[in-house]
Design a protein around this ligand. Sequence first.
Ligand code: ADP
Length: 362
Amino acid sequence: MKILVVNCGSSSLKYKLFECPKCELLSKGSIEKIGEKNSSVQTHTEGVKLVLEKLIKEKALDSVDEINAVGHRVVHGGEVFHKPHIIDEKVIAEIKKCAKFAPLHNPANLAGIMACKKILHNIRQVAVFDTAFHQTIPDYAYMYALPMKYYKKHGVRRYGFHGTSHSYLADEAARIMDLPLNKLKLITCHLGNGCSITAIDKGKSIDTSMGFTPLEGLIMGTRAGDIDPAVLFYVMEREKLSPEKMDEVMNRKSGLLGISGISNDMREIQAAKAEGDERARLAIDMFTYRIKKYIGAYMMALGGVDAVCFSGGIGENDIKIVNDIKKSVMAVVSDKTKVMVIPTDEELMIAKLTSEIVEGEK
Ligand code: ADP
């Protein structure tokens, strides 16, 4: 069964074609700058057409009829979606409703869905939500201690993100350890440009560091992560910043970039630290310390830990950071606890979930 996985951003379209149920990768690629001035691709529909032409040209497909289903990454599924869903009119309406929580992402994800619908007509499409894996988090961990009306009226709560990656890492950890997932307590760290950490008990997410938005939790490339909210009001007043400007500071000018003043790229910050740059040293120490704090907290939340897993560009490649955290973990856990680096593959997970759901329908 051939499964096309599509991950649409506002101006990008990433894709991978798999042969499932083994889900072997047949082809992959991306289209950038969709809709930008001077770009030859103006819409996601044109983008999907181009992808299909390319797949035929490189002989990954003989014809588009060979595609059995399309799996889409959808960022926000609110409280409605606890698992992947076959896309129908109802699901499309709900994804539209959830756009209030992810105004940049959900409309782009929908554009990809509509483009495939237009070109591939009645093909099965499946939505896989970044938030769905975290819907098992209990109320005492997902609620914020604000007046209840903000949750009831506006849905203000922890949703969590990177769910597809965390769920993939949990499956992989169980496979590598050769133990059933429902017997394991895991802490998975997705450390890329965006960073999040999840506590997984018996295969279920019980807490995660990203919250109502992907801004909460760990220090990231350009995002601050956890902060005393009073700091925002104080800075906004002193610097005469509007809410929009402050949002931009928190999302785009903070984190590793804000502290180091060098870059949001960990490689550049490590290089600067090696040359004695004090702010680069500080950025790395803060980044690492925040992760250690969360691992400690999640060990308590889980009542122990069988494995701590690292993934994402930093988690998979920055041996210094991973070893530093590993040392702290090993100092407080039993010899049986594993620390593992596992390359994540969200598209592969989407392909697996899509093929399972389509198979299950038969
Ligand atoms: P995204 O979250 O956009 O998918 P990635 O998972 O690719 O991002 O991670 C990007 C981060 O990984 C950047 O901070 C980059 O510096 C870091 N990174 C990539 N390779 C290395 C490396 N060899 N050493 C340290 N950091 C790395």
